[in-house]
Design a protein around this ligand. Structure first.
Ligand SMILES: Nc1ncnc2c1ncn2[C@@H]1O[C@H](COP(=O)(O)OP(=O)(O)O)[C@@H](O)[C@H]1O
Ligand SMILES: [Mg+2]
Length: 258
């Protein structure tokens, strides 16, 4: 099936990143296959968020390349340009507009995607508003957040803020969705609802990279898993391969739990 670079949505090659004396990423090579869910797991401080940040232009690697849609994202592409090119990301800490309604929060990224943040066209926006409103409403219903859609987003629980942020990504129809611990801080029933939603999106064929601590979430969703420890990839494989991998148990789990 994999017969060339064309199967890969994202290719990370030889990426290094240091912070002062700390080698946060060490010669990372990673291919993300189209339509798949690729999980990145590893202990706290392993470099998972740093890796995602290099993919969205928030951090520039010291060396290496990250290719997406034929372009090297590390070569002077702004976070906004990368987002326009088709990568959306759910942050580890929710980034929402607290003073706006939940519904407005979901609508804004749709406008930003279409017009670009600096060339906002109000007439075009008005014409498109109804379509975007309908889509945002449907998305929120799917997320079980439809009822309070006109409430201030700032009042949401942490778990619901993360779900809202997910809706803000999904309305952009990204080619690649990056999720940094999408269920962090959620109660089990909220986690389960989010997994169900992510499974539903999986069926849509959207490529996803997910960073997650919760092994239940990882093994429910991932087609492929890479294990990061101290800035290096120490194992990669299918969930079954990773479950049985001795290096993974040793470096990451420290127990026979998975
Ligand atoms: N902006 C930064 N400046 C300095 N050190 C950083 C910065 N971001 C991350 N680090 C360090 O890099 C390492 C990897 O961090 P991070 O990517 O956040 O790990 P993870 O997401 O796997 O928990 C940690 O040791 C962290 O303290
Ligand atoms: Mg992190």
């Amino acid at each position: 099936m994999s017969n060339g670079d064309n199967d890969f949505v994202l290719s990370i090659r030889g990426v290094n990143k240091t912070f002062g004396g700390l080698q946060a990423l060490s010669d990372i090579n990673l291919n993300i296959e189209k339509g798949k869910v690729h999980a990145i797991i590893g202990p706290n401080g392993a470099g998972k968020s740093t890796l995602l940040n290099t993919c969205i232009g928030l951090l520039t690697p010291d060396s290496g390349s990250i290719t997406f849609g034929g372009k090297d994202l590390t070569k002077s592409m702004t976070p906004h340009a990368i987002n326009q090119a088709g990568i959306s990301r759910v942050f580890q800490t929710p980034q929402i507009f607290p003073e706006l309604s939940i519904l407005q929060n979901v609508m804004i990224p749709a406008f930003a995607k279409r017009d670009g943040a600096f060339s906002f066209n109000p007439l075009k926006a008005l014409r498109e508003e109804e379509g975007i409103l309908n889509e945002a409403t449907t998305l929120l219903d799917d997320l079980g957040m439809g009822e309070g859609a006109h409430h201030h987003a700032g009042n949401l629980s942490r778990g619901n803020k993360r779900r809202l942020e997910l809706a803000m990504c999904l309305i952009q129809h990204p080619k690649l969705l990056l999720l940094d611990e999408p269920t962090a801080g959620m109660a089990r029933h909220d986690t389960n609802r989010t997994i169900e939603l992510l499974k539903k999106i999986k069926e849509s064929g959207m490529t996803k990279v997910i960073i997650e601590h919760d092994m239940h979430v990882v093994f429910s969703l991932a087609d492929r898993i890479s294990v990061l420890a101290q800035g290096a990839i120490i194992a990669e494989g299918t969930p079954d391969e990773i479950k049985g991998h001795p290096k993974v148990r040793e470096a990451y789990l420290g127990s026979a739990e998975i």
